[in-house]
Design a protein around this ligand. Sequence first.
Ligand SMILES: CC(C)(COP(=O)(O)OP(=O)(O)OC[C@H]1O[C@@H](n2cnc3c(N)ncnc32)[C@H](O)[C@@H]1OP(=O)(O)O)[C@@H](O)C(=O)NCCC(=O)NCCS
Length: 268
Amino acid sequence: MTTMILAALEQYYDTVPRRGGARGEDFGPLTLFVQEGQGWQYYARPALGGPEATAADVLRVLERQRELKVPESFEWVAETSPSLRAAVEAAGLHVHAHPLMVLDPGAQPPAPHPEVRLLGADDPLLGAAVTVPALAFREPGTALGSAGPAELAAALADPGVEEHRARVSGMLADGRTAMAAAVRDGLVLCAGQYNPVGDVAEVVGVGTLPAARRRGLALGVTAALVADARARGARTVFLSAGDEDVARIYGRAGFRRVGTALIAEPAV
Ligand SMILES: CC(C)(COP(=O)(O)OP(=O)(O)OC[C@H]1O[C@@H](n2cnc3c(N)ncnc32)[C@H](O)[C@@H]1OP(=O)(O)O)[C@@H](O)C(=O)NCCC(=O)NCCS
């Protein structure tokens, strides 16, 4: 069962960058995804069905990433490509491990949170909803923090917010993403997304304003995303949790660990 799920995830990981406007450059056992338009910069990852990469393969991709001035980044699943970690480390990169979790279809879903709702492409709160996770990821971990409504208001004044909002709005309009947010008194306190490809959906970018943490908002947003994904036909819903503390929260939403997602970046 896990083997089938991991195979579906490989297909998903190979499709998302292409659908997001990236071209795949072929490096034998590795594929480098290069953004051709505006949008997220992608990474290199194992080619679908390819052999295991060596350190020399990794070095060839790194050279190309430097030439293109794109992030020197690699992402893969440890259980699917077991020897890639050693090859990537031999090439001098630092590897981060994240619990890879899949929704247990038999899990009892948490009760819907009264302050959580889905956001459409034209929602007036969309700018805030894309900004809250960005603020949240600046304070990693699950602890209560200081950044609250004042910091959100300051972040919303950044001219880059409109570009981000417009990009997500386009993706909401054509169904490439869905977004849920926890809203109190007109303020977005937590938001997250899922990106469907066929009947597989990945939950991404769930973040709670540091001052609003530990009230069950992320659980509420995750539950709303899962319910919507399933209602729209997703049979496999998965995510990579930041760490074990975050994984515990997703466990309450019905996710179970199936493997380890690895991300390699230059050592600092
Ligand atoms: C991870 C994150 C999204 C969690 O957001 P959150 O809204 O605080 O999450 P929840 O409130 O649902 O759960 C957090 C904790 O509060 C507890 N909690 C929930 N409601 C509570 C309440 N009413 N009273 C006290 N504690 C409560 C939960 O049990 C959980 O406890 P645990 O850490 O011991 O397991 C947030 O910390 C964050 O944005 N972190 C940085 C970004 C990030 O890592 N995102 C995840 C990407 S995978």
